[in-house]
Design a protein around this ligand. Structure first.
Ligand code: NOJ
Length: 579
């Protein structure tokens, strides 16, 4: 090695051994497919792999680089597939392994990378590993796969500690032993049908190495890792009471309710809950990093980790751990210029500091769609919206802000995530009838929280077809709103100014101008409510306030989230100008 190419500091030395700095995932736009609701090939009302495969060309046309699929594995579907009963097979609802092989081949032919969901914090109670644990005695190796504990009190009838499930109610359920007597308790941070693994057990680690290899051998380009902040629990499982207002996706190290203050809620001195963000998770990620590194190509691990603050989340993506982490601090930032400037700066600082790309995300299958959320005064993550909600958003304002927010997001350097349907401008569905709801949150809180069904409704493809082209029978596992014809893909394609055409233009220009690998320089002088920066060849101006502002003289507008009125940038509008 010559002196010139020698790493200048420790970070570069680390990077040299693990990443090249040119991997596709550093700049990729990754589209989330929620298989239940994307496209239904067999007409039973539930999306499936055959349906997805047919519709993949639309994603190529949209201009994304990769697709992340929420779970399609064997599952009783108590948590829409995040309760896995076999990690190495496809649920018959969605198809077969052959269907998967055809789908990934088609995606790769179209130039789309494929990321699958790994759910390692918990399995389903229907998994053979858990069923064997139930049949085996307390203290057995089978029980040691999960978090079984004796109850408190003279007869063990009280749960081992006070932890609450993210979906509501106790995080412990008592089993009946094989001989019929009331027995031990098992931990489930989510639904009672989702028992937590004991990740201190080497047996569990070995099984999951096998799961990773199974999918890597089938050609996947990476994994989105569910609950990557929860796999290790604090020694002794101490009691813990979260602060008031904590959101139900379970933030670590801070609160995750949003929208109350025009600031990101970062409570640096909040104690870390004993079930989130424990140091021990990092060994697991280092182990997986090596498993992926043994494969050709650039395979990626992306952490779903609700960890505050960003400086702590950066530990998840150190050079030998995960490659990316979802930037939920960004998603949770209210529509406020100072708050957005701050979270963008903090994100770039935190991730760049460890040699990782920042990611950006506004919507997914767990949160109120941003075309509704950005017009809301306040809400708590995971509680959802329903007919009786008192804080229903104005749809026109929400859509306008969503378009401006996406136009801002797709100008940022790094990698971005897009959730199916946001390219159509879909709002949250607010009026789902109670009997249609399926989210365990709804059941575990006796209807007190609506949960996440409102962002999971099957998406519209064709304005005049049954189920808007989701399938050809009209069946739909969640009812689609009557007014969704106007959002259908075929009603927007080729229509100047439609949300779909805006997304296509943004993605095309982002790629052409290589904004993903650019860098951001803040610009001053546009006023408190305007976010202004330069990235490579463009200047980006986002007017987050409610007063129009003058565009800089000579500004050559490349694109804008709304039609511009002469040389002014209207309220809730973002424009890209040629610098
Ligand atoms: C996060 C997933 O995104 C969510 O949908 C799921 O309910 C929980 N993890 C539990 O797996």
């Amino acid at each position: 090695m010559t002196i010139d190419s020698a790493p200048e500091n420790e970070l570069e030395a680390d990077l040299a051994g693990t990443t090249t700095g040119r991997e596709w995932w550093r700049t990729a736009v990754i589209y989330q497919v929620y298989p239940r609701s994307f496209a239904d090939g067999n007409g039973d009302g539930m999306g499936d792999l055959v349906g997805i495969t047919r519709r993949l060309p639309a994603l190529r046309e949209l201009g994304v680089d990769a697709v992340w699929f929420s779970p399609f594995f064997t599952s009783p579907q108590n948590d829409a597939g995040y309760d896995v009963a076999d990690y190495c097979d496809i649920d018959p609802l969605f198809g077969t392994l052959d269907d998967f092989d055809r789908m990934i081949a088609e995606a790769h032919d179209l130039g789309l990378r494929v990321i699958v969901d790994l759910v390692p914090n918990h399995s389903s109670t229907a998994h053979r590993w858990f069923q064997e644990a139930l049949a085996a005695p307390a203290g057995s190796p089978e029980r040691a796969r999960y978090m079984f504990r004796d109850g408190k009190g003279a007869d063990g009838s009280l749960p081992p500690n006070n932890w609450q499930s993210v979906f509501g109610g106790s995080a412990w359920t008592r089993i009946t032993e094989p001989d019929g007597t009331p027995g031990q308790w098992y931990l489930h941070l989510f639904d009672a049908s989702q028992p937590d693994f004991d990740w201190n057990n080497p047996w569990v680690r070995e099984q999951f190495r096998g799961v990773l290899r199974f999918w890597l051998d089938r050609g996947v380009d990476g994994f989105r890792v569910d609950v990557a902040h929860g796999m290790i629990k604090a020694e002794g499982l101490p009691d813990y009471t979260p602060p008031e207002g904590s959101g139900s996706m379970g933030g670590a190290g801070g609160v995750d309710d949003i929208g109350l203050e025009p600031e990101i809620s970062v409570e640096e001195d909040e104690p870390t809950p004993p079930y989130w963000a424990q140091e021990g998770v990092h060994d697991i990620f280092r182990d997986w990093h090596e498993v992926l590194a043994a494969y050709d190509g650039d395979r990626v691990l992306c952490a779903e980790a609700w960890v505050d603050p960003l400086s702590k989340l950066a530990d998840w993506v150190r050079p030998d751990e995960m490659h990316q982490a979802f930037n939920f601090a960004y998603l949770e930032t209210p529509w406020s210029a100072p708050a957005l400037r701050r979270v963008i700066t903090d994100s770039l600082d935190a991730f760049t500091g460890v040699g990782a790309p920042s990611t950006w995300v506004l919507s997914n299958h767990d949160v109120i769609r941003h075309a509704s959320r950005l017009a809301m005064q306040n809400h708590v993550q995971g509680h959802g919206l329903g007919p009786k909600s008192t804080n229903k958003p104005d749809p026109a304002l929400g859509l306008r802000r969503a378009r401006a927010a996406t136009t801002l997001m797709l100008a940022l350097p790094g990698s971005a995530y897009v959730y199916q349907g946001e390219e159509l401008g879909l709002p949250e569905v607010v009026d789902l009838p109670d009997e249609a709801r399926q989210d365990p949150t709804w059941f575990r809180t006796n209807g007190e929280r609506y949960g996440r069904d409102g962002c999971r409704v099957p998406i519209p493809w064709e304005a005049d077809a049954p189920a808007y082209g989701f399938n050809d029978t009209g069946a739909s596992w969640l009812p689609q709103p009557a007014e969704w014809a106007t959002f259908a893909r075929d009603a927007q394609i080729g229509v100047p100014g439609s949300t779909l055409e805006l997304y296509r233009l943004l993605l095309e220009q982002r790629r052409e101008l290589d904004l993903g690998s650019g860098s951001l320089q803040w610009l001053e002088g546009y006023g408190e409510d305007v976010i202004a920066f330069r990235n490579g060849a463009i200047t980006v101006l986002a007017n987050v306030g409610d007063v129009p502002v003058e565009l800089p003289g000579g500004g050559d507008v490349l694109l804008a989230s709304e039609p511009l009125d002469g040389s002014t940038l209207p309220a809730d509008t973002t424009a890209w100008l040629r610098s």
